[in-house]
Design a protein around this ligand. Structure first.
Ligand code: IMP
Length: 437
């Protein structure tokens, strides 16, 4: 039997944008590897260090920590244009990025220009029925992964002749499809082949068998941090389908998306925002399309990191979050953006849903659009909490709010975030000794 895993997985329990970047950055220095295992450049993970803001889409958030090897796993939809741009922006800001601290799985699937085009054309065609995607080509890339014969993998980028013959064949199919469906202009296979072969040449030193690297790391006793993308309610299988992303974003996606055994998922930290947000279309029972929602958006600067779209805002949905806690086997919670609730006279927590006046026993992500929310109302607080560093410095009402969240979700809140800076963190009931310094 393998020894108990020392690894950690960080997952979002809502619809993404829970503040995973800050938590990953905080724990990364105690880990040898930080691994993205799902999603792609649709993610936007933000880390703020001494007032300097870094927004990462593809590169794992361990990149700002020395001695950490960052891995883009096989489960990621890898867009080389975004990766290379991010690498160059980080280098311009004095951050070292190279094979010593960034590896890309040879088995990851590549987001191609026709995936982004298809995402855009398909969303436009759907009109009011659109999914509200980030238009980063994520869905079409994973569709080609499942289709197999029309997929390009990262390893192909390093073999120009294999790459050009695959692209020639695939682009012929795409051109036929796009012309028939969208009356679109043909795309040029040769240009794409040349550009993507040049990306392959630049990336070659970083392309590896990352699954093997991680399994060897485990055998050597190294600690791995798995960095979830998006949020549990956007999971392809367990989220609010079809208004979801196209990969397995919960902790269940870690083994397949990183190439490690299921026993290596380790402790799971579930990230929750103190309220709820959602970008894009789809059900959102606690949404406040009113002054409360506007206040949360303004105070929380709730605009998409990837698309700049205003996020829909609402009260904390504990019924949905409890489902996500169960799904990922969450060990403890991290509560973010508590400072955003400051100034509200009262704060509400959704504790359950009702249908036709009857309490729902089981959370069903696919029927939630038709539900009425059952709310519990707690007194708000007025004092600025962004400077608090200890739990007992928080106003009693804020302490009560945290305690109630713990009670309803039946999990301890390990840490509380009261601002974007690394230092704006309050350790609370964490069991992850040595991981939250
Ligand atoms: P896609 O992943 O671009 O296909 O978008 C599908 C849905 O997931 C849309 O509602 C997006 O707004 C949402 N989404 C994808 N990635 C993120 C993220 O990182 N944060 C929040 N929402 C996301």
């Amino acid at each position: 039997m393998p020894a108990e895993s020392k690894n950690v997985t960080v997952v979002g329990l809502q619809w993404g944008d829970e503040g995973k970047g800050k938590v990953v950055d905080a724990m990364a220095r105690f880990c040898r590897y930080v691994v993205r295992y799902c999603g792609g450049a649709n993610a936007g993970h933000t880390v703020t260090v001494d007032g300097e803001r870094f927004a990462m889409h593809l590169i794992p958030c361990g990149i700002l920590n020395e001695g950490v090897c960052n891995i883009i796993g096989n489960g990621v939809a890898f867009d080389p244009t975004v990766a290379l741009e991010e690498i160059s922006q980080l280098r311009d800001r004095g951050i070292t990025v190279g094979p010593e601290n960034l590896r890309v799985s040879a088995a990851a699937n590549v987001v191609m220009p026709y995936h982004k085009l298809q995402d855009r054309l398909s969303e436009a065609r759907l009109g009011d029925a659109k999914l509200g995607t980030t238009v980063r080509g994520i869905g079409p890339c994973y569709a080609d992964k499942a289709n197999r014969s029309t997929a390009i993998r990262v390893a192909d980028l390093t073999e120009p002749s294999v790459l050009s013959s695959k692209i020639e064949r695939i682009v012929a199919i795409k051109n036929n499809t796009f012309a028939a469906l969208y009356d679109a202009e043909p795309i040029n296979a040769e240009e794409i082949s040349e550009t993507y072969a040049s990306y392959g040449k630049t990336l070659a030193p970083m392309i590896s068998n990352t699954g093997k690297l991680l399994r060897d790391g485990i055998a050597a006793g190294e600690r791995i941090l798995f960095e979830g993308g998006q949020g549990s309610m956007l999971d392809i299988d367990h989220g609010t389908y079809p208004f979801v992303t196209s990969s397995s974003v919960t902790a269940c996606g870690v083994p397949a998306g990183a190439g490690v055994p299921p026993s290596e998922v380790g402790q799971v930290i579930g990230l929750i925002k103190s309220y709820t947000t959602r970008v894009g279309t789809g059900p959102f029972p606690t949404e406040q399309d009113n002054d409360i929602g506007d206040t949360l958006r303004q105070r929380g600067n709730e605009y998409g990191t990837t698309t700049g779209r205003p996020r829909r805002c609402g009260w904390f949905d504990a019924f949905a979050a409890r489902y996500a806690v169960e799904l990922s086997g969450v060990s403890e919670l991290a509560l973010s953006l508590l400072d955003v609730l400051t100034g509200l006279n009262e704060v509400k927590i959704c504790t359950g849903y009702q249908k036709d006046g009857q309490d729902m026993d089981v959370f069903e992500p696919n029927t939630m659009a038709k539900m009425q929310c059952v709310y519990e109302t707690l007194p708000g607080w007025k004092a600025d909490i962004s400077g608090c560093r200890r739990f007992d410095e928080l106003p009693q009402e804020a302490q009560n709010y945290v305690a109630r969240v713990e009670q309803i979700l039946d999990r301890a809140v390990g840490v509380i975030s009261v601002g974007p800076e690394r230092t704006q963190t309050i350790p609370h009931h964490t069991q992850m000794e040595g991981l939250f310094a």
